[in-house]
Design a protein around this ligand. Structure first.
Ligand code: SAM
Length: 514
């Protein structure tokens, strides 16, 4: 019970104290860059490792202020200070970050100011589930719309809010903020600063091993932001090591968007343009035990191990995202029950066109009805999602959105049927093997790889998104690779609209199975 209480408190206050060596290394890095601050702030100082490391590293400091919500930590830091007796004037206060008048406090300090530390690693959703109020008063700080709130985009890290606010309060001062945080948080903080004209002179990200220091399986970093009046930098050096002479990629903000690699963007940004072929996702059904089948001889097997004798009309070979990610796959070993040809299509026809399939669906009706996603609400019973003509295209060029690998795979029909992909894959539909092989060769070229590197943050949970894929103009890419005529030839075989050229053939192909 006591342990449970402790764990809850740790979670609620994002209480992972920074190891002294890491705090010393971070402050040493700032000091060796020539930083000579007069004032130091540690806004959530905990047991004081950062605070004390800062006082040691910056001998120029005249005033150091530490603050924490945990009174026993505040006492511990005061005790360490009385033992250490630093020359610097130091104040440690028991206070809540969210109730502190930071603007007045910062405005009264001598410059340059350094703000260091490691704000709590906890999200507002986690705090909500703990019933905690350790939150800023106004949580919709990024102007998320109601829709974003529903889809969970309004979930944010408390440290994101704290770091953004600190930058706003420091704006216009000569200051440096050096904070440990999740790398995804660091990027969001920078995007906010770049969009909102915060006077950043320099931004740097140094990776840390969060597993070793905090037992946390997340990409984390030491984010350093230097502010100066009239400065307007919109780029960040992301170092490969905890060292300013290690290799750096420069990401930043250009043309109103965040870019992962500015030099790749400068070189290949002109390949952005029209989406001649439309990127699609695979089929979503949210019930693999019923909708995905194994095959044993003539028999299909459900995820419950039932031996099924079903009509072949609605059953298609499928490939999982993991098979697409490999770049090569053997023969499909799984099948998918695809109950519709288009989103919202009436499914009651199955009763007459394929009675055994209908019985099977009815047997598992309760399970299918219980699918939580709102996309199935007010839809025909047994609906799937992400279906259209494109689903049944004979040839596809696919990539897994689940794996961190930029490999485009040609997917061929199997046993006379189109192969279906699951909803974690993206694909373009093609009519022939030649077309699919050609498109895959464009997308797998070094130039395309470099182009995509301008947009992909590989440390993101899902780095490859449809938004990234959609950016490439295949005609411009083909021109760069010297095969524009071939590309235009394929496009002229279809009508101008994406996908539409493939529709007729796909319908014919689908018709073969009905
Ligand atoms: C990740 S720990 C880091 C502590 C310290 N900065 C360090 O680097 O070792 C986060 C700290 O934030 C403190 N904290 C959490 N919520 C706070 C709040 N609302 N106001 C002030 N401090 C808070 C916790 O008590 C904890 O000491």
């Amino acid at each position: 019970m006591a342990l449970q209480r402790k764990t809850k408190a740790i979670a609620e206050y994002g209480d992972f104290q920074t190891p002294a060596e890491l705090a010393q290394k971070a402050c040493g890095l700032l000091a060796s860059s020539g930083l000579r601050p007069k004032s130091l702030i540690e806004p959530t100082c905990g047991t004081g490792n950062f605070f004390l490391a800062g006082i040691d590293a910056f001998t120029s400091i005249e005033m150091a202020i530490g603050l924490d919500i945990n009174s026993s930590y505040v006492e511990a830091v005061r005790q360490s200070l009385s033992e250490k007796r630093p020359k610097t004037q130091a104040r440690v206060e028991h206070a809540n970050f969210f109730e502190t008048d930071w603007q007045s406090l910062i405005d009264a300090l001598c410059e340059p100011i350094v703000v260091i530390g490691n704000p709590p690693w906890v999200t507002n959703a986690e705090l909500g589930s703990l019933g905690s109020s350790n939150l800023p008063k106004k949580t919709n700080f990024q102007n998320h719309s109601g829709l974003d709130a529903i889809t969970g985009k309004s979930n944010f890290d408390i440290s994101e809010w704290m770091l953004i606010k600190l930058l706003e309060w420091l704006n216009g001062h000569s200051a440096t903020m050096g904070m440990l945080c999740k790398t995804a948080v660091a990027r969001k903080v920078l995007v906010h600063a770049w969009r909102n004209d915060i006077h950043l002179e320099k931004a740097q990200i140094f990776p840390i091993d969060a597993a070793a220091s905090f037992g946390a399986a997340v990409d984390a970093c030491f984010l350093v932001c230097t502010l100066a009046q009239r400065a307007h930098s919109r780029e960040c050096h992301s170092f490969s090591d905890f060292d300013p002479i290690s290799r750096a990629t420069i990401f930043g903000y250009r043309d109103s968007r965040l870019l992962a690699n500015l030099s790749a963007y400068e070189r290949w940004g002109h390949l952005q343009g029209e989406e001649h072929y439309k990127w699609r996702s695979g089929v979503k059904h949210d019930c693999s035990k019923v909708m995905e089948l194994d095959r044993n001889g003539d028999c299909f097997l459900s995820g419950f191990g039932e031996r099924l004798d079903l009509e072949s009309d609605y059953i298609f070979p499928m490939l999982k995202s993991s098979e697409i990610a490999k770049g090569q796959y053997g023969l499909p070993t799984r099948w998918m029950l695809v109950t519709q040809k288009s989103v919202g299509e009436d499914t009651r026809f199955i009763r007459t066109t394929a009675p055994k399939t209908w019985d099977y669906l009815l047997r598992h009706g309760e399970l299918l009805d219980r699918r939580a996603s709102s996309i199935y609400r007010n839809r025909p019973r047994f609906s799937v999602f992400g279906v259209g003509d494109y689903t049944f295209a004979p040839w596809k060029v696919a990539i897994s959105g689940f794996y961190k690998k930029l490999t485009f795979t040609v997917v061929s029909p199997f046993e006379g049927k189109p192969v279906i992909l699951d909803d974690t894959s993206y694909f373009l539909s093609c009519r022939t093997e030649e077309e699919a092989t050609y498109i895959a060769s464009l997308l797998n070229s070094d130039i395309a790889r470099e182009f995509f590197s301008a947009f992909i943050f590989w440390d993101s949970k899902r780095p490859i998104t449809v938004d990234v894929l959609r950016r490439v103009d295949l005609v411009a890419l083909a021109r760069e690779l010297g095969s524009e005529r071939t590309m235009r030839g394929y496009l002229s075989q279809s009508s101008a609209k994406p996908d539409s050229g493939q529709c007729l053939q796909q319908q014919q192909l689908f018709g073969m199975f009905h």
